[in-house]
Design a binder for this molecule. Structure first.
Ligand code: NAD
Length: 452
């Protein structure tokens, strides 16, 4: 038996820990993360040039929040729930038991390599599962720290990290896991779902796509500029829910672009491509792919490249059409194409004609506009008058719809994602209605009275 299968088999027979034990383990996990905080920050700086502020806010802090929230609510979530019993079932009691799926595979991406590996792990562990976690091969320093932390906290049959690239992932996907949680690209999401289908394994797919930011003439332009700049260029644009492109009302385009240009300078200085707080692109391949987009439309600001450090300055591209290469795929980098519209109806039409976005951001002060967009467009989640912030609360379920993914997690939804809700009816033996049996006299008449 190869090593992966042996590990899988060990986890397959893992006995689910009692809720109190899960709580103890999650506390240990939090303590181990605290103990390794410096290593995590160093690894994130090494792999992605993340500044300490960005790394703490978007990676470590979010995981602490997820653990804290889970610790606070786990007893309540994990308790069997009593539900009503209809008159037809009189005498019996109905309950829903929260049962872990069993063995879980989590495959994580490189862009938030710590948070996107650990957050789903917290959910899977809180629900009582055993987990194999495969971090991304593109962020090896972070992957190694995660492996150290997991080894420190868990026995191998409970949670283990398996490092490696596509080959390892492919081997893992051949195993009959009870649940697969995947975060990554749409293309690989399809590979995962196909592999899962062979074993009828349920999946959560946290994918990507092109997320629009719509800016209306009645928006607070200065604030919109600041918040879009923040959302787009955090982690050098390598955020699944980053505004991928701007849809701005023609009448305010010049003003918005002027404000955004000023914000970029305020955030990252005159030379963002060498600024220590501005992130790098993860690999030469990603850097080269992004470089090709720089010749699309006309550059409003940015365009400077620092090949040695794999950095491209925050760039805004104007005069873009849907036919430009930059509009054919998720950008996933510090390049923001700008398109305009004259009427809200036109903007909605453009978005509706394309795959459902993972996120959508609307900047307006008009309630009717807000309602119109929320009523007429389907997207995973988003914000009115902000970007990214909906991902950072444990009270909002996070996930995609259509091509941007399926399933949701964070907070309570993480627990329930990794939980099978087992419905059980406990019947009374004190009496037994005979009318349901085939030999009952007038049985059908009685059944008809109840079920009509
Ligand atoms: P990716 O799909 O290339 O890789 C993700 C993971 O899958 C990695 O661990 C990788 O080793 C593995 N993998 C790659 N190819 C595989 C294959 N053929 N078979 C099996 N496994 C394979 O994604 P990425 O480049 O790491 O991340 C970027 C993408 O992820 C973007 O599209 C982004 O929008 C998306 N993303 C989504 C979310 C979300 O929460 N919805 C979060 C972050 C990133």
């Amino acid at each position: 038996m190869d090593k992966l299968t042996a590990l899988f088999q060990k986890q397959k027979v893992f006995q689910k820990p009692a809720v109190q034990e899960r709580i103890r383990i999650l506390q240990d996990l939090k303590a181990a993360i605290k103990q390794h905080e410096k290593d995590i920050l160093q690894a994130l700086a090494h792999d992605l040039h993340k500044s300490e502020q960005e790394a703490y806010t978007t990676e470590i802090g979010i995981v602490y929040e997820e653990i804290n929230h889970t610790l606070k609510h786990l007893h309540k979530w994990a308790k069997p729930t009593r539900v009503k019993t209809p008159l037809t079932h009189i005498g019996s009691k109905s309950m829903i038991i929260k049962e872990p799926y069993g063995s879980v595979l989590i495959i994580a991406p490189w862009n938030y390599p710590f948070q996107l590996a650990l957050s789903p792990l917290v959910g899977a562990i809180s629900a009582g599962n055993a987990v194999i976690l495969k971090p991304s091969e593109l962020t090896p320093a972070v992957s190694q720290v995660i492996s150290t932390i997991i080894k420190h906290v868990f026995q191998e049959d409970h949670a283990a990290v398996v490092e490696g690239g596509v080959d390892v992932s492919t081997e893992l996907l051949k195993l009959p896991f009870d649940y697969i949680f995947f975060t990554g690209s749409v293309a690989v999401g399809k590979v995962v779902m196909e592999a899962a289908a062979k074993h009828l394994t349920p999946v959560t797919l946290e994918l990507g796509g092109k997320s629009p930011s719509i800016v209306m003439p009645d928006a607070d332009i200065k604030l919109a500029a600041k918040r879009i700049t923040f959302g787009k260029f955090t982690n050098a644009g390598q955020t699944c829910i980053a505004p991928d492109y701007l849809l701005v009302h023609e009448s305010i385009k010049e003003e918005l672009l002027r404000e955004m240009t000023a914000c970029i300078r305020d955030f990252y200085g005159e030379h963002p491509e060498t600024h220590p707080h501005f992130g790098k692109n993860v690999s030469q391949r990603h850097f080269d792919r992004l470089t090709q987009f720089l010749s699309n439309g006309t550059i409003v600001t940015g365009g400077q490249r620092n090949e040695q450090e794999l950095k491209i300055a925050p760039t805004i591209l104007d005069h873009i059409t849907w036919d430009d290469p930059v509009m054919q795929e998720e950008i996933f980098g510090p390049i923001l194409p700008v398109m305009t519209f004259d009427s809200l109806h036109e903007a909605v039409h453009m978005i509706k004609a394309r795959p459902k976005p993972l996120a959508l951001y609307l900047f307006t002060t008009n309630k009717e506009t807000e309602t119109y967009i929320l009523d007429n467009l389907s997207f995973g989640g988003g914000c009115i008058n902000d970007t990214l912030m909906h991902v950072a609360t444990p009270y909002l379920p996070f996930g995609g719809v259509g091509e941007s993914g399926m399933g949701r997690y964070h907070g309570k939804d993480s627990f329930f994602t990794f939980t099978h809700e087992k419905s059980v009816l406990r019947q009374t033996n004190r009496f037994d209605f005979s009318f349901r049996y085939p030999n009952a006299k007038n049985g059908l008449d009685l059944v008809r009275k109840f079920l009509k």
